[in-house]
Design a binder for this molecule. Sequence first.
Ligand code: MG
Length: 411
Amino acid sequence: MTWILHIDGDSFFASVEMSLNPALKGRAVVTGHERGIATAMSKEAKALGIHRGMPVYQIKKLYPQAIIVRSDYHNYSIFAHRMYNIVRRYAGKVEEYSIDECFARVEDIETAWKVKSDLQKELGMTFSLGLGPTKVIAKVASKWNKPDGFTVIEPDKLEGFLRDMQIGQIWGIGPQTAHHLQRLNIKTALDFIQRSEDWIRGNLGKRELELWHELRGTPVYHVHTSHDDLPGSIQHTRTFNPPTTDKKILFSELSKNVEGACAKARADKLLARKVYYFLKTQEFRYHRFEMALPEPLQTPNEILNLIKETLGEVHKAGVVYRATGVALNDLIPEAYEQKSLFQEGSACPPGPAGGVKNEKKREIFKTIDRLERKYGAHSIILGSSMRALTKKGERVGFHKRFNLPFMGEVV
Ligand SMILES: [Mg+2]
């Protein structure tokens, strides 16, 4: 059978610190010094009673033996990529879910054991693995026995595991939903899956119905490989330094990505019908948004307007982001759209005004593309992307650029 494997690094940040500095092994190690609160704790620190979010001054006072270090996201991300790559040796499909977690599809239990053994030998830390028929069950399994766990939940043994699982502990059920379910007398995951499908449909939302299927062993969620290998998609992603919480900087980064992706679309003579963008947090979580475009596009302005309108929903105040990315999806060849634009009796012709306006805009951008080929990349950029360029320290040779804030710029 095909299993979903979930892998979770135990006390990941603290474990990376100990792996890099063996003198810390066996000690109560806490990360998060720079934020003034504990962000991760070794199991020794947990045993003392130190928990996530505990203020550093309090830890120092109560547990003078604890070693509190600054977080080093650079090293954590190196370890994360090593983890993903080790898993890829054994599994074709690996989803980089977060800085210390990933999902994979494996064909047998022995393979999962090999993954665990390689990870622990090569990264010098422990991992908890869970195997199940679906992603949500694999998550239940990896959580079942931590640290250094290996739990298999076979489809016919589900009930035994779900009986002891509080509904609020299920991946995807937030505190509000948990509260709502408890009021409906659903206390455990088993109570939840014992309700009928009709009852779920009648009383709860789409998300809960998906979870209900997943918890009963029917896969709804796929293992997503990184978006770079989506077919029919053009992506532009960029990590920046230092990471930021600033929405303006993030918008500028997105603007630069949109410009890059659109330039590629024009070079390939393609038009996008959908756009997807994301903000990636310092802990590798993705805050994403996908939308259909009002018409097929290869120029940035309308896309940026749409991003501007929706960024408030995606961006979370106070969260530190380290990368942004944009993907133009659902691509069609330029020629195809031209045909539908001018052909008589076309099934769904776009408004003539919009079509002509687009044609003009496309011409302007094609002129920009020609100038860029002549004078170099970024010689003409959108005003909204300027901040991203200067942030990256690309000021060298800045005077040489035209840096024309483009007409109709969105900022
Ligand atoms: Mg973890």
